[in-house]
Design a protein around this ligand. Structure first.
Ligand code: ADP
Ligand code: MG
Length: 237
């Protein structure tokens, strides 16, 4: 069974008095354990696609299944879907409350879901991404951009999701930190077997991590790239 099975999906937004179609795609199937890339320029619809899959954008039309379960437009995720799909945003400030200590932000997902949490496993999950336990005491602004993104990743992992959606997780970071985060994601994938969708405007980033990718242009699938094509395009570009 596919983790993601999009028969068709379209999203439109109001623009002035009319609507414009921000996304119109079909036939996207992603298998368990796959790392799937979405490549495209700014405004091509990448985030919109992820937001539908995360249940954050509900005004869509089409046929979309996650883990064999059909999604219903206009309806919030419920039950295990809410835990099984987690998203990491380009700007980690978006997922970390600026006035909350890191401990609180990391406890919250399990707390909200009525799951037990303990300090020792929090410290262990920080160590897994190369951060010392003492960051729990800090506020987001007391961390570097790369550390904040690690925290955002740790936060997304607290519910042990089966599908991790990564929306340009490295594009706000400088080059060396980008490589560190990509290596971290690579390691996570190897260790957990989690399915991932990685969005990036940079084909090299996607080629580094993904098995397959879609090139999206103005909301439509421009090209489907397999592993070999990804490598070729990355080297050439
Ligand atoms: P990308 O992530 O590839 O940069 P987005 O998915 O964010 O692109 O946006 C795709 C298009 O949809 C853009 O033209 C954007 O302006 C538009 N769009 C996205 N979200 C909204 C919204 N909530 N309201 C109106 N237009 C939107
Ligand atoms: Mg985007």
């Amino acid at each position: 069974m596919s983790v993601v099975d999009i028969g068709s999906l379209s999203v439109s937004f109001k623009r002035g008095l009319s609507h414009f179609i921000a996304l119109q795609v079909e036939q996207i199937q992603i298998a368990p354990g796959e790392c799937f890339g979405l490549i495209g320029g700014s405004g091509s619809g990448k985030s919109t696609l992820l937001r539908v899959l995360a249940g954050l954008h509900r005004d869509w039309q089409g046929a979309v299944q996650l883990f064999g379960q059909s999604l219903t437009a206009q309806r919030a995720f419920s039950g295990t879907l809410r835990r099984d799909v987690q998203m990491v945003f380009q700007d980690p400030y978006a997922s970390l409350h600026p006035l909350h200590r890191i401990r609180r932000s990391l406890r919250e997902p399990r707390q909200i879901n009525g799951l037990p949490f303990d300090e020792a496993s929090l410290v262990a999950s920080l160590e897994q991404v190369g951060l010392p336990g003492e960051v729990l005491e800090r506020f987001p602004h007391q961390l570097s951009g790369g550390q904040r993104q690690r925290i955002a990743i740790v936060r997304a992992l607290q519910l042990q999701p089966k599908l991790l959606l990564l929306d340009e997780p490295t594009s706000a970071l400088d080059m060396t930190v980008q490589a560190e985060i990509l290596n971290l994601l690579q390691r996570l994938r190897r260790d957990t077997g989690m399915t991932m969708i990685l969005v990036s405007h940079d084909i090299n980033t996607v080629a580094h991590l993904c098995d397959r990718a879609l090139l999206i242009k103005r909301g439509c699938i421009e090209q489907r790239l397999d592993r070999a094509e990804l490598s070729a395009r990355a080297e050439g570009g």
